[in-house]
Design a binder for this molecule. Sequence first.
Ligand code: AMP
Length: 183
Amino acid sequence: MRLVLVGPPGAGKGTQAKLLSQELGVPHISTGDLFRAHVGDGSDIGQKVQEYLDAGALVPDELTNEMVRERLADADADAGFVLDGFPRNAEQARVLGDILAQRGHRLDAVMQFDVPEDVVVERLLARGRSDDTEDVIRQRQRVYRDETAPLLDYYADMLIHIDATGEVEEINARALKLLSDVG
Ligand code: AMP
């Protein structure tokens, strides 16, 4: 299963991606986690991306796409993946399509997390990550609306909507049910 999760920050993509990755037996690949690991290590990439993460802005595509290209080349991603937080704009989506096509693969599904904005802001404030201050949260929601949401048109023919309100287990059951229909 090659699956992409799309939704506003705080929609619960990371939590569901972890569960689905275990249930489907494919790696969970989160660009946000990869970037935070680089920042934690103080690597070259980490130093370059920190300011973007702090500001709630998108890291430039070249850097992001290269990191994803390398991660998808790892053996464990050959049989599938749950991508969480990538692609986040139309250019990244095109690059992802190219990376997969080069291997004779394609996405199976793009799952869009539907959740009202007041619910996501509440979840983010409760989470308390360093980029979860009110200003940065607002900025990340704006970036989602302006840059990521338009990407959903690009994926119109493989888009699956999930109601992402409620408890973690309920949402996970909904996701599995929806994916079983994909085949
Ligand atoms: P996330 O953990 O998905 O909320 O991502 C946290 C931050 O990492 C974002 O606010 C961006 O600064 C950066 N980031 C994560 N994924 C991407 C991506 N696909 N493109 C650009 N920046 C990203």
